[in-house]
Design a protein around this ligand. Structure first.
Ligand SMILES: [Zn+2]
Length: 148
């Protein structure tokens, strides 16, 4: 099994389309920020066929499956493959003097666990799961999210 075929079944968020096929790229504004599942790898592993979560009538041409270059996808971490696909907390972002801080936000609420104001990712909206493992994660939110 090569590295590409091991990614079949992984969840991914579309973060761009610049590396992908022209047909995919043409619909980039409608596709970026959407999430789905990698259902196949194409072209010797260089391209992922992503099946989006959205209903066909919300998608360009009613098409749920789109080929993306790996560079245009943000994959969930491997240890989350078998986890519940609905995240307990989504990532909210706050600009501070030291950079962007990631807060944990309950889906649909828009206020971080630590009560800081946090906005959605400009690229992915509220579709990114909160990750306690990145260096910019808010320590208060990490503690509150893991303690609940
Ligand atoms: Zn926080």
């Amino acid at each position: 099994m090569n590295w590409a075929s091991m990614r079949v079944g992984r969840r991914a968020v579309v973060i761009g389309a610049v590396h992908s096929h022209a047909r995919t790229r043409a619909h980039a504004p409608a596709l970026i920020g959407r999430a789905g599942v990698v259902v196949a790898v194409l072209r010797g592993g260089s391209v992922a066929l992503l099946q989006l979560d959205d209903a066909p009538h919300d998608l360009p041409g009613g098409t749920r499956r789109w080929p993306f270059h790996w560079g245009d996808l943000a994959l969930d971490k491997p240890d989350e493959v078998t986890a519940d696909p609905v995240p307990a907390y989504v990532a909210g972002f706050e600009k501070t003097a030291v950079g962007i801080v990631q807060h944990a936000v309950r889906p649909g609420e828009g206020v971080a666990l630590c009560s800081s104001s946090a906005g959605p990712s400009p690229v992915c909206g509220w579709s990114l799961a909160f990750s306690a493992n990145i260096s910019r994660a808010c320590p208060k939110c990490v503690a509150l999210a893991s303690g609940s």
